[in-house]
Write a protein that binds this ligand. Structure first.
Ligand code: GLN
Length: 476
């Protein structure tokens, strides 16, 4: 029999409904698990033990009285520490926000709270989402529960590790160029980057505002669809959120895949894909054939420019978004003889190396005389990437790629070479400039037992279809 922290959201809800498990027992089981695992893994920046236990007792009381409860009543969860939480510290993984306490909740927190889910902690991440390994956090690295000598992926690595070891039953990550999908792949869980605008960004600390997407990280496909059904939708506080109606994403996922078409991107499979990753993807393709899918080769000719365009636009937006981190409005402030010196010292002392690298490069790319050459050029490439991808969906229902070209790597293996680290994002970063949804699903293991993930990419607002592919695959 599974211990409570090992349950999926669906299983836990069923047990609580039948009166075989209380919210208090479930939350306590997760918190104990966190206590056991954290000395080694370090997935959390903040643990909310008291408030979580209090809320669990309230929910158990309400259930006893027969009150109507929310859809996620009693389910313990975590959020990446880039979401504002009223009264609880929000650091974005950076020293420059240490001790910052937001006066309001992000919309996703309000929505989950409204369905009686229980926040048990805030997870570690690369500072401001800058990274693919969670090595760029000011709060120490997070270790991969599958092999603690290796990274959990990033930037939502704390969320990936926590879900994988049972520190909460699901997490909310943030994905600007792969930060949900990469740790989902490296930690052996399911992670969705939804269509841009599907989930409100209100209260999320911005990395690149035109890319940032809020999405669920879960143990299986059903849970992922369930959480998206709760957090998606129009929000008057985020003008980029979509007014399209939100379906119940759990309803159509068992429908047959017979006759559906999957595109394999020619340009992706050639370059630098680890042989074990390639093998797992080939096996997944065979499995989809067995489920009645047709496979077609697809070409995305501008792929080779995707990383450059993604990073140029991303760091440009980041340099602008991070201008507000000046010590005056948020977080700690350094000494200095006048305001300008205090401002410079605050930024100099509290931003890490990767944050500085991106602010300096982004400011350069936006500066007069260079903006046309870099920033605007990258925007033109972005338009081509988008046209490429939308065209691909005229012939196929989804695209299938590896999520990451390589297996989870060892600490320090790529961190001394920032460019090498950026190049690892080849398959995930093309998605955000285009704004389509992409789901990372476990599709196998390496010889040494490391998780491998595949990425399913759909057209705008095709999340339901992605879940259908993923659920059928998971079942098979
Ligand atoms: N690794 C990518 C980057 O550093 C993606 C990060 C993200 O999605 N937040 O930009």
């Amino acid at each position: 029999m599974k211990r409570p922290f090992e349950l999926t959201v669906k299983e836990a809800l069923e047990l609580m409904e039948k009166g075989e498990l209380t919210a208090k027992e479930l939350v306590t089981s997760c918190l104990n698990r966190v206590r056991d695992m954290e000395p080694e893994i370090n997935a959390f920046i903040t643990i909310c033990e008291d408030s979580a236990l209090r809320k669990a007792s309230q929910i158990d009381e309400a259930r006893k009285k027969g009150e109507i409860l929310g859809r996620l009543a009693g389910i313990p969860y975590t959020v990446k520490d880039v979401y504002n939480t009223e009264g609880i510290q929000t650091t974005a993984g950076s020293k420059i926000l240490e001790g910052y306490i937001s006066p309001y909740n992000a919309t996703i927190i309000e929505k989950l709270d409204g369905q009686d889910a229980i926040l048990i902690g805030k997870t570690n991440c690369d500072a401001f989402g800058f990274g693919s390994s969670t090595e760029n956090s000011a709060y120490g690295v997070t270790r991969n529960p599958h092999d603690t000598e290796r990274v959990p992926g990033g930037s939502s690595g704390g969320s990936g590790a926590a879900v994988s070891y049972g520190g909460g039953l699901f997490s909310i990550g943030e994905d600007t160029g792969g930060s949900i999908r990469c740790p989902a792949s490296f930690c052996g869980i399911v992670g969705l980057k939804p269509t841009y605008g599907r989930v409100s960004r209100f209260g999320a600390i911005a990395y690149a505002s035109s890319y940032d997407s809020v999405g669920p990280m879960t143990k299986d496909v059903y849970d992922n669809a369930l959480i998206l059904s709760v957090i998606a939708g129009k929000d008057s506080k985020d003008a980029t959120s979509s007014p399209l109606p939100v379906p119940d994403y759990t309803l159509e996922m068992e429908n047959t895949l017979k006759g559906k078409r999957i595109g394999i991107v020619k340009e992706y499979m050639n370059q630098g894909v680890d042989t074990q990753v390639k093998q797992a993807i080939d096996q997944a393709i065979e499995k989809f054939k067995g489920l009645g899918c047709e496979i077609a080769e697809v070409s995305l000719p501008y792929t080779e420019y995707a990383i450059a365009a993604y990073y140029l636009i991303g760091i440009s937006e980041a340099s602008s978004n991070l201008a507000r981190m000046d010590g005056i409005r948020f977080g700690p402030i350094s000494e200095g003889s006048d305001w300008q010196e205090r401002y410079m010292n605050t930024r100099g002392e509290n931003f890490g190396a990767e944050e500085k690298r991106r602010i300096i490069l982004g400011t350069y790319a936006l500066s007069e005389g260079y903006a046309d050459k870099y920033y605007h050029k990258a925007q033109q490439v972005r338009a081509l990437l988008k046209a490429d991808m939308v065209k691909a969906f005229e012939n196929v229902d989804i695209l299938l790629t590896p999520t990451m070209p390589i297996l989870p790597f060892k600490f320090g293996e790529n961190s001394s070479d920032p460019l090498k680290m950026w190049l690892l994002d080849a398959f995930t970063v093309t998605i955000n400039p285009v704004g389509v949804p992409a789901l990372s699903v476990p599709c196998g293991k390496s010889e040494s037992g490391l998780p491998i993930g595949m990425q399913l990419i759909g057209n705008h607002f095709s999340e339901e279809l992605l879940y259908q592919f993923a659920r059928n695959f998971e079942k098979a």
